[in-house]
Design a protein around this ligand. Structure first.
Ligand code: SF4
Ligand code: SF4
Length: 434
């Protein structure tokens, strides 16, 4: 696979400390006997090292990142001024009007953990009293300052019957994007986790509820996490949800822990170097095991869907089997290889449909072409496509065919598709007069 020079996405864990104590938290340090402390670290130095490697998007996470909001303020401001898109993974409990205003100023978004719309169950999951009320208050404050908020519900045995009810609470708050993820066994989890582990058919249940929520409540629902293709038993659920996300760790993204150590993924406990001591690019080159297939189990290496599935989540596999090259927990042996084929997206436009190129695109050179981004969204294009986009504010397929030749029509259609899906160009459906 092509190795990026500049990983596009970063997850930065600002602190290990959290004001919630969720039993499903993947943070591997949660069973440490010594009380957790905020790091004694220069956040600005880390921000400078991250920016030097030119990412598109930095996700601030933790622990609860808002616990160190004041300490990290200048560093976040610096990243935002460099044009990096910022988002916060938070439980929203610490949100104040001033924090919400700062997020708005930075054009940042918030991804808020909403464990359950039932207050008793919510308290039980996060181990803190009156949690739901505080989360709701934080979400309302963010929305009142026009900060885009999506919520994430981690599904366990405790809340699996409350998915729809929780979506209703989210809708009432004004949320438009609702995400679902099955609870994963955290590294080093004790027996308390067995009691709340999701049932074996959790993927089917999430899919069913997701479709119901979309239909009846009009929310946009996605399944977070890289679920394997062989987790989907029904074709309808497969077509709707399979392969929407695949693992980006060590390929497109990396994580930085609260001491500046670089990891392939926030969920991992393996570090590859410290970005206060070495360049991101040097440490990135040590993560080749995430790119060369050596972490894949044999079943995946032989699977006909590998190119589109990429083998699910290696850390989900590791936390349940003890091996990074184990099978993902949600993979089902009897569904390998998946018998369904993903429907090819239909080209929705005519050859004269006008496409407009968004302004404010950012470009970054890679070995094999260019990364083009707008806000948090990005894709990779060839030198030729870049030249075309820079020289046209509007265009249609016919004009591209005239320039590049009718024989590559299908390639051009795919290029247009990718550019639309990545938010680089758009169309209102009008046709050009030629
Ligand atoms: S290792 Fe798992 S959690 Fe991390 S990015 Fe990959 S799929 Fe996601
Ligand atoms: S066997 Fe591996 S590659 Fe094939 S669908 Fe399952 S997880 Fe994906």
């Amino acid at each position: 696979m092509k190795v990026l020079k500049k990983p596009a996405s970063v997850q930065w864990e600002l602190t290990p400390v959290c004001n919630h104590d969720c039993i499903h938290c993947y943070n591997y340090w949660r069973n440490d006997k010594t009380p957790l402390k905020h790091p004694n670290i220069d956040y600005m130095k880390i921000a400078i090292a991250i920016c030097k490697a030119d990412p598109v998007h930095v996700v601030l996470t933790g622990g609860e990142p808002l616990l160190v909001f004041d300490r990290v303020f200048e560093a976040v401001n610096y990243m935002a001024e460099k044009g990096i898109f910022i988002s916060w993974n938070t439980n929203a409990v610490m949100v104040t009007k001033d924090i919400a205003k700062s997020l708005r100023k930075w054009n940042a978004t918030a991804f808020v953990s909403l464990p359950c719309g039932d207050s008793e169950i919510c308290d039980k999951i996060v181990n803190v009293p009156n949690a739901l009320e505080k989360i709701e208050k934080g979400i309302k404050t963010l929305l009142s300052e026009s900060v885009p908020v999506s919520v994430n519900m981690v599904i366990s045995a405790y809340n699996i019957d409350k998915i729809y009810e929780t979506a209703k609470v989210a809708k009432k708050l004004g949320i438009k994007q609702f995400c679902l993820a099955p609870a994963s066994r955290p590294f080093g989890a004790d027996r308390a986790f067995d009691e709340m582990a999701p049932p074996a058919d959790v993927v089917e249940i999430m899919c069913r509820e997701a479709i119901r929520i979309e239909k009846e409540l009009g929310l946009k629902v996605s399944l977070t996490g890289a679920l394997p293709g062989c987790a989907f038993e029904s074709e309808m659920f497969f077509q709707h949800f399979a392969y929407k996300k695949s693992c980006t760790a060590g390929k497109v993204s990396y994580a930085v822990d609260f001491e500046g150590n670089m990891k392939a993924c926030a969920r991992d406990n393996k570090t590859y170097g410290n970005l206060l001591k070495e360049e991101v690019s040097v440490i990135w080159s040590r993560m080749s095991e995430w790119r060369d297939g050596s972490l894949l189990p044999t079943d995946c290496k032989e699977c006909t869907s590998l190119k589109i599935c990429h083998g699910g989540c290696r850390l989900e596999a590791c936390s349940s089997t003890g091996r990074r090259d184990g099978m993902d927990t949600f993979a089902r042996k009897q569904l390998i290889p998946p018998s369904f084929k993903k429907e090819v997206p239909v080209y929705l436009w005519s050859e004269k449909t006008v496409f407009k190129v968004y302004s404010g695109l950012k470009w970054s050179k890679e070995e094999f072409g260019w990364r083009v981004s707008l806000g948090p969204r990005f894709t990779y294009v060839t030198d030729c496509t870049r030249k075309w986009l820079l020289n046209h504010r509007t265009f249609c397929l016919k004009e591209m065919e005239n320039e590049f030749g009718l024989e590559i029509r299908e390639v051009l259609k795919t290029t247009i598709h990718i550019l639309v899906n990545s938010g680089i160009i758009h169309s209102d459906g009008t046709n050009i007069n030629m």
